[in-house]
Design a binder for this molecule. Structure first.
Ligand code: ADP
Ligand code: MG
Length: 195
């Protein structure tokens, strides 16, 4: 079994439901969640004029090889309505492979760890919640040090709520949020359980 970290994001449609469905589809396909972060509502990158995102990170275990896992992530994105041509810009579901065990890869279609992981508060905030002391493969810094080094704006990453898994996935993987949501200096907290 490999340990994998997957970043989820959505800024179109019922964002929280789309992310819960993504986790359920991944679980059905052999990516078993071990821990799931809270949901965070975040500003689009680079000040882009598009709807707010909801982001989360899942730590899971799977027998799938990295390339098969990437294909599965793309299949789930398509199933949840993401068109294969859109790159940046609004999307129903974006699934990024952040890391697989301690692997490092530099291939045209797969870079591990994910090449923009350390620039993104919407990835580092949920990662810090899962384990602030985790060091992505090849990094000297922990995710909490990487987050502290970012120049983020207030309100860039706000607590939105819990990821609500539907049955039977919720029963099959009765994980709980291990920690409270991450209180990054610039993260504003909202009500537990979502609006
Ligand atoms: P982003 O998530 O950076 O906004 P996209 O999801 O549109 O952009 O990018 C997907 C492309 O990135 C795919 O062509 C995929 O092959 C490539 N890619 C390389 N490494 C990874 C990775 N670790 N996780 C997800 N996609 C990756
Ligand atoms: Mg992506």
């Amino acid at each position: 079994m490999k340990h994998v970290w997957i970043a989820l994001g959505s800024n179109l449609g019922d964002r929280a439901d789309l992310l819960a469905r993504a986790v359920a589809l991944l679980a059905e396909a052999g990516v078993s969640p071990l821990a799931v972060s809270h949901l965070y509502e975040t500003l689009p990158e680079h000040g882009r004029d598009e709807p707010l995102y909801i982001n989360a990170v899942v730590h899971a275990e799977t027998p799938l090889e990295p390339r098969a896992l990437l294909q599965l992530l793309q299949q789930v994105e398509r199933r949840l309505g993401r068109s294969p041509v859109e790159r940046s810009g609004p999307r129903t579901c974006d699934l990024d492979l952040l890391a697989v065990d301690d692997l490092r890869a530099e291939e045209p279609d797969l870079t591990l760890p994910h090449p923009r992981l350390h620039h993104r508060p919407f990835v580092l905030v949920p990662l810090c919640e899962l384990d602030p002391n985790w060091r992505p493969p090849g990094f000297r810094e922990t995710v909490s040090e990487l987050l502290a080094a970012l120049d983020t704006e207030p309100g860039e990453t706000c607590l939105y709520g819990c990821l609500e898994l539907a049955e039977p996935v919720a029963n099959a993987y009765p994980w709980r949020h291990r920690a409270g949501p991450c209180h990054h200096d610039d993260a504003q907290t909202g009500a537990e359980g979502g609006p």
